[in-house]
Design a protein around this ligand. Structure first.
Ligand code: SAH
Ligand code: SF4
Ligand code: F3S
Length: 429
């Protein structure tokens, strides 16, 4: 019988991408995917340490796996917790075999056959991408990581310490992967990076070059990129929202906080007015552009007035999607040393107020779509409800249609009949 593996994935899209690539590489090496961790010969946890809770989750999951696993099962902890905790993982969970940071997990492919434990939490830039076989299949919406790491050192954020400094993959290699995915059936390409709009390879090729080159491929119908840093959004990129119809009118552009004092203490390198000016420029390039944003409340020193500035910025920008979090103190980061940590109850109260406002805005936008005809990409059958198919609009809204599997992987026009905060209902036009 072939050996079986199971992968848990926590954290960002880049981790999802890494897990998919590891899955493909293991299958390429003769392994098969197990439907449960309990009987697998290898269990991999691809981890995230962006907030303290995310790290805790890994150790509680490890405890659960240990109770159920076979004696011979190997366990690998890879990703950002591996990098952050290193040998500490062996101390807290001595049954773990492999510990590989987010840029070293490809070593698992070399060392699985050998009977020893291994740890590597060094930074290896983008080397891993060269070690991986090309994907064997793809969804219609495909993801391509084009960058590792981040140089921004926002004072709350652990990513520069876990993913290392920013390194971009060579343009030609990215385009080889894009062409390969398109040959396999991808019609939407999503470029990924923590600071994706700052992509620049050693020959000076930038994200705008990647978008233009990808748009030349006939079968590609949609292009997008995640996550952008506000001040790295060049005029060249903004102009593409005017000139390149395949670039969907949606941008994930986290502001984090709406008050200048907090932004400064976070080491975000813009003011609220600069952020608003970027949004205005984007809307001038394409009035249909909608924005998604991230927010942190309860950052050290955040006063009631600072928090009001965040609410005010939300009313001004009206993001149609968002992620909002309570500040979480992370090791190595500048903010961990700041005085004036905020009372958890105050932070919780602010989070609830912010999320109520964000949800109202999202619902109002979704409701404004009722009666409209819009284009959606049909992605998959409903995971909880097999009688529906799940689609994405050009503004990245979730649109639900009655089941018709023949539509999966296609872009179709639908009429929106109903809407709530998270979902639109549609019918075929
Ligand atoms: N590179 C992206 C975001 C990376 S992390 C950017 O700069 O926008 C994803 C999100 O996690 C961040 O946008 C931020 O909102 C949140 N986050 C990061 N560190 C955090 C912390 N210490 N506490 C709470 N939220 C945090
Ligand atoms: Fe973290 Fe800031 Fe880099 Fe985003 S830009 S990954 S928040 S350091
Ligand atoms: Fe988490 Fe690492 Fe991504 S900390 S958000 S998995 S880069």
């Amino acid at each position: 019988m072939t050996k079986q593996f199971y992968i848990y994935t926590f954290g960002c899209q880049m981790n999802v991408y890494d897990s998919d690539r590891l899955r493909d590489a293991l299958i390429h090496n003769g392994w098969t995917l197990s439907s449960t961790p309990d009987t697998a010969d290898l269990v991999v946890l691809n981890t995230c340490s962006v907030r303290e809770k995310a790290t805790d989750k890994v150790f509680s999951e490890l405890g659960r796996i240990k109770k159920k696993k076979k004696d011979t099962t190997k366990i690998a902890v890879i990703g950002c917790v591996a990098k952050e905790s290193g040998k500490e993982i062996y101390r807290r969970a001595p049954y773990v075999d492999y510990v590989y940071g987010p840029q070293a997990w490809h070593l698992l492919l070399h060392n699985l056959a050998k009977d020893f434990r291994d740890i590597d939490v060094d930074t290896h830039g983008v080397d891993k991408f060269d070690e991986l076989p090309m994907a064997t299949d793809t969804a219609a919406a495909a993801f391509v990581s084009i960058q590792e790491g981040c140089n921004h050192f926002c004072t709350y954020c652990i990513v520069p310490f876990t993913r290392g400094r920013e390194v971009s993959r060579p343009f030609d290699k990215v385009m080889d992967e894009v062409r390969h995915l398109v040959k396999l059936g991808a019609i939407e390409i999503n470029f990924l990076g923590q600071n994706v709009n700052n992509y620049q390879d050693d020959n000076g090729k930038n994200l705008a070059d990647l978008v233009r080159e990808t748009a030349k491929l006939d079968n590609v119908q949609r292009i997008r990129f995640t996550t952008s840093y506000p001040t790295c959004l060049t005029d060249e990129l903004i102009d593409l929202y005017r000139t390149e119809p395949k670039l969907i009118p949606f941008i994930y552009l986290p502001i984090q906080a709406g008050g200048d004092k907090t932004l400064k203490r976070m080491n975000r390198r813009y003011t609220r007015d600069q952020y608003f000016a970027i949004i205005d420029k984007l809307k001038a390039a394409n009035p249909n552009i909608q924005v998604s944003s991230d927010f942190i409340v309860g950052f050290p020193g955040e006063s009631d007035a600072d928090f009001e500035d965040t609410l005010d910025a939300v009313r001004r920008v009206r993001p149609i999607q968002s992620f909002s979090f309570k500040y979480s103190k992370r090791p190595h980061t500048g903010a961990a040393l700041l005085p004036d940590q905020i009372d958890p109850d105050v932070a919780q109260d602010r989070l609830e107020k912010l999320q109520t406002l964000l949800k109202d805005i999202q619902r109002e936008f979704n409701e404004s779509c009722v009666g409209q005809k819009i284009k959606v990409l049909v992605e998959h059958v409903g995971r909880d409800n097999p009688n529906i198919i799940i689609c994405r609009s050009e503004n990245m809204q979730t649109v639900v249609l009655p089941k018709d599997e023949s539509l999966i992987g296609k872009i179709i026009e639908v009429e929106i009949t109903k809407a709530n905060t998270t979902t639109l209902k549609g019918q075929l036009c």
